[in-house]
Design a protein around this ligand. Structure first.
Ligand code: CMC
Length: 434
C-alpha cells in the first residue's frame, strides 16, 4: 500500500503445504482489502480475477461508491448535493485538488480554464481528414490524441508545471473539440469559445450557435446540462478510468492517455449505453410493446438486454439516475414537451421492470444512462454526440485519477498476469511439411 496506512489484520491462504499470511487494510469506508502484492513472490501462484470484480487496482482518495446503499461521493460530498448546489468548474477543482475552492481559488481556476478554451488555428486542419459522417467519438479519439502533437510544452510528465498546464488545456479544450466534431459532421462553421460565458453555456453556444443568428442561452437548460456534466465527472476505477491509469503508468503523455480513455468509453457497455438506451426506447415505441421487450431481456437465448439497466457496482438505485430523472423532467417542462413519447415509454418500462421478479432478484435498476438519452436529445444534442458529452465531463475525473496515479510514490507500470492455456512450447515445422 502506498499511504501511511498500517495493516489492521491479516488473511491466511493455504496453498499445498504452505500458509501465506497477507496484510489486510481498511479504507475510510468500503470493504477492507487483502494486499496480495507479495503473493506471487511467496507462493509462486498468481490470482485470477477477470473483469476485476474483486480486485482493487489502486489506492484512491477521489471518488467512493457504495453500490448497496446507492451512494456516490466525490471527495466525500454526495453527488446529489454537488449537482444541486455547485457547478462544473467548482466540482472540477474539488476532484483535482481534493477540497472545494474558496472564492479566490475558484476565480483563478475558472480563469485558467476559460483562457485555454481556444485551439490552435492549424488544429482545425485535422478535422478535414475525417469523413463528414464520422462518429464524433472517432473524431474525439483522434483529435484529443493529436493535442500532444500541438502542445509539446505540456507533454513532459516529469515536470509538475507541465502537468498542470496539460490539465487546464484538456478540461478547457474538450468542449471546443466536441463542438467542432459536431459542427464538422453537420457542415456548419466552427463557433469560437466566448469568455463571457460559463463552461457549460460556452459549450452550448459552440454546439448550437450559427453565425447568422444571435444565440440565446436558456438558463434552465444550461443548469440542467451542467448538472448532467457533474454526474458524469468521475466514477471510481471504471473501465475508461482504469484505461487512463494503465496508459499513464508507462509515462505516456496526458493527451495520449485521455485519448485512450475516450476509446474505452465509446463501447456500448460503458459510455455508449445512453445512445443504446435511447435507441431501445424508440424501438419499443409504445407502452403496449413493453412486455415483449421485458420477456426478451429475460430470455437467456436472446442477447437483448434492457439498456440503461443494471450496473457492475450499483445493486440499488444508481444515485446519478435519481438526479438525471429530475433533470429530465426539468428540461422537458422547460421546453413544454412533457408528452414526449420516449419519456412515457421510459417511465412505464422503469415501473414494470422495478416490480418484475427477474429484475428485483438480480437487483437490476435503472442506471444514469436510462434517462440521460431522453434529456440530451430534448436539449438538442444528436444521438451520436451523447458519448462525446460523457467524454467531455469524464475528462475531469480521468485527469484527477491520472494526476493521483502519477503523484503516487509507489506508482509502477501496470502489468497484469494471466493464466496461459495455449499450446506449450513446440518446434516450428516448415510450411511444406505441415
Ligand atoms: N438486462 C437484462 N438482464 C441483465 C441486464 C440487463 N440490462 N444487466 C444484467 N443482466 C443480467 C445478466 O444477464 C446476468 O444474468 P445471469 O446471472 O442469469 O447470468 C445478471 O443480470 C448479472 O449481469 P452481469 O452482466 O454479470 O453484470 P455485470 O456487472 O457484469 O454487468 C452491465 C453490468 C452494466 C454491463 C450490465 O448490467 C449491462 O449490460 N447493462 C446494460 C448496458 C448499460 O446500461 N450499461 C451502462 C452502465 S452505467 C454507465 C457507466 O457507469 O459507465
Amino acid at each position: 500500500m502506498t499511504s501511511k496506512m498500517k495493516p489492521n489484520g491479516s488473511a491466511k491462504i493455504s496453498i499445498k503445504d504452505k500458509t501465506i499470511e497477507l496484510p489486510v487494510y481498511s479504507g475510510t469506508v468500503g470493504p477492507d482489502v487483502v494486499d496480495i502484492s507479495k503473493f506471487y513472490k511467496e507462493s509462486d501462484h498468481f490470482t485470477l480475477d477477470p473483469g476485476f470484480t474483486s480486485t482493487a487496482s489502486c489506492e484512491s482518495q477521489i471518488t467512493f461508491i457504495d453500490g448497496d446503499k446507492g451512494t456516490l461521493l466525490y471527495r466525500g460530498y454526495p453527488i446529489d448535493e454537488l449537482a444541486e448546489n455547485s457547478n462544473f468548474i467548482e466540482v472540477a477543482y474539488l476532484l483535482l485538488q481534493g477540497e472545494l475552492p474558496n472564492e479566490e481559488e475558484y476565480q483563478q481556476f475558472n480563469h485558467n480554464i476559460t483562457y485555454h478554451t481556444m485551439v490552435h488555428e492549424q488544429f482545425k486542419t485535422f478535422f478535414n481528414g475525417f469523413r463528414r459522417d464520422a462518429h464524433p467519438m472517432a473524431i474525439m479519439c483522434g483529435a484529443v490524441g493529436a493535442l500532444s502533437a500541438f502542445y509539446h510544452d505540456s507533454t513532459d510528465v516529469t515536470d509538475q508545471r507541465q502537468r498542470v498546464v496539460a490539465t487546464h488545456r484538456m478540461i478547457a479544450k474538450m468542449p471546443t473539440i466536441a463542438a467542432m466534431a459536431h459542427k464538422y459532421t453537420v457542415g456548419q462553421p466552427y463557433i469560437h469559445p466566448r469568455n463571457d460565458l460559463d463552461y457549460t453555456e460556452n459549450f452550448m453556444q459552440m454546439m448550437f450557435a450559427v453565425p447568422a443568428e444571435k444565440y440565446e442561452i436558456n438558463p434552465v437548460l444550461a443548469k440542467a446540462l451542467d448538472k448532467i456534466f457533474i454526474l458524469h465527472m468521475d466514477h471510481e476505477q471504471n473501465a475508461s478510468t482504469s484505461t487512463v491509469r494503465l496508459a499513464g503508468s508507462s509515462g505516456a503523455n496526458p493527451f495520449a492517455c485521455i485519448a485512450a480513455g475516450i476509446a474505452c468509453l465509446w463501447g456500448p457497455a460503458h459510455g455508449g449505453a445512453n445512445e443504446a438506451a435511447l435507441r431501445m426506447l424508440e424501438e419499443i415505441g409504445d407502452v403496449s410493446n413493453i412486455p415483449e421487450y421485458i420477456k426478451r431481456a429475460k430470455d437467456k437465448s436472446d442477447p437483448f438486454r434492457l439498456m440503461g439497466f443494471g450496473h457492475r457496482v450499483y445493486k440499488n438505485y444508481d444515485p446519478r439516475a435519481k438526479v438525471m430523472r429530475e433533470a429530465c423532467h426539468e428540461v422537458l417542462d422547460a421546453l413544454d414537451i412533457r408528452q414526449e413519447p420516449t419519456l412515457k415509454v421510459a417511465m412505464e418500462l422503469e415501473r414494470i421492470a422495478l416490480e418484475d421478479e427477474y429484475f428485483v432478484e438480480k437487483r437490476l435498476c435503472p442506471n444514469i444512462d436510462f434517462y440521460s438519452g431522453i434529456t440530451l436529445r430534448a436539449l438538442g444534442f444528436p444521438t451520436e454526440m451523447f458519448t462525446a458529452l460523457f467524454a467531455l465531463a469524464r475528462t475531469v475525473g480521468w485527469i484527477a485519477q491520472w494526476k493521483e496515479m502519477y503523484e503516487d510514490p509507489a506508482q509502477k507500470i501496470g502489468r497484469p498476469r494471466q493464466i496461459y492455456t495455449g499450446a506449450a512450447e513446440r518446434r516450428f515445422i516448415p510450411r511444406a511439411k505441415r
